[in-house]
Design a protein around this ligand. Structure first.
Ligand code: ADP
Ligand code: MG
Length: 269
């Protein structure tokens, strides 16, 4: 059975795609079977996995419109060691087209059910919005991983996201939980970042992952080589942090996911 996680944060540039690609490669490196689903029309997770978004035969767009299944549409990231359900600009049209269709929030969930036995982990890279695409992701997932930079405004945006997760949990997907907040691009020399990190732990407790992803230029360079950072430079601090995060996720899943719903007090921003 696969465990399905959305990497979500409605802000852009916070490290969602970097987290998705490197967690996928990190999980693959410790022997997990992984499918990465790119739900962002920018296709950055697709390209960052070494898959050319411009030459995709099928993409997640076809899966949402039910003109292709996941086995038909997936491609392999050879270097990453995982499968990719890619995205490109075509996906921005899906937003409009889905509005008129039945079960519009549940199409990805249905498609993922059919490949439940094929993967240990499914990671969904969400666009920087709380749009219908993100909703499809949230309706498909067991949990949400929220990458965030420890900056002053980070906490502000979190309230909206936590409320959305609560609403989806209440109305559309009883399985959905806030799994955790991942501190990314972290620089311990910056006092404010350490303070915000402490605040996060005070408010969210064990919903803050133990692993911290440091700011590391090798992670930023890797996509231009079409490689996950974990593969591009395995010795770099950022790569090592993502492998550690993959191990933390494997341990969490093995030890059963926390059973508290995101509606409880610990999930309040
Ligand atoms: P999002 O998907 O949320 O828009 P990205 O993952 O694309 O964010 O990251 C935004 C930018 O920050 C990218 O240029 C990426 O290479 C860079 N970046 C992400 N994480 C790190 C990190 N830990 N260290 C250095 N640069 C990073
Ligand atoms: Mg992105």
């Amino acid at each position: 059975m696969s465990r399905i996680f959305c990497i979500a944060n409605q802000k852009g540039g916070v490290g969602k795609t970097t987290t998705c690609v490197n967690l996928a490669a990190g999980l693959a490196s410790v022997g997990q079977r992984v499918l990465l689903v790119d739900l962002d029309p920018q296709g950055n997770a697709t390209m960052g996995s070494g898959v050319d978004k411009r030459t995709l035969g099928h993409s997640v767009y076809d899966v949402l419109l039910e003109t292709a299944s996941i086995p038909e549409a997936k491609v392999r990231s050879d270097k990453g060691g995982y499968d990719v359900l890619g995205a490109n600009r075509e996906l921005s049209g899906a937003e409009v087209e889905l509005v008129a269709l039945e079960r519009r929030n549940e199409r990805l969930r249905a498609a993922l059910k059919a490949v439940d036995a094929d993967y240990d982990f499914v990671l969904i890279d969400c666009p920087p919005s709380l749009s219908m695409l993100t909703l499809n992701g949230l309706c498909s997932a067991h949990g949400v991983i929220v990458p965030m930079q420890c900056e002053y405004f980070a906490l502000e945006g979190l309230t909206d996201l936590v409320n959305t997760i609560k609403q989806v949990h209440a109305n559309l997907n009883r399985d959905l939980q806030l799994i955790g907040l991942l501190r990314v691009m972290f620089d311990p020399r910056i006092t404010l970042q350490t303070q915000v990190s402490d605040q996060l732990k005070a408010h969210f407790g064990d919903k803050v992952f133990d692993t911290v992803i440091p700011r590391n230029v090798r992670l930023a360079e890797a996509p231009s080589y079409g490689l996950p950072g974990v593969v591009f430079d395995p010795a770099a601090k950022g790569a090592q942090a993502f492998v550690q995060f993959a191990q933390e996720m494997v341990a969490r899943v093995a030890g059963e996911l926390p059973t508290t719903a995101p509606a409880d007090d610990s999930a309040r921003a």
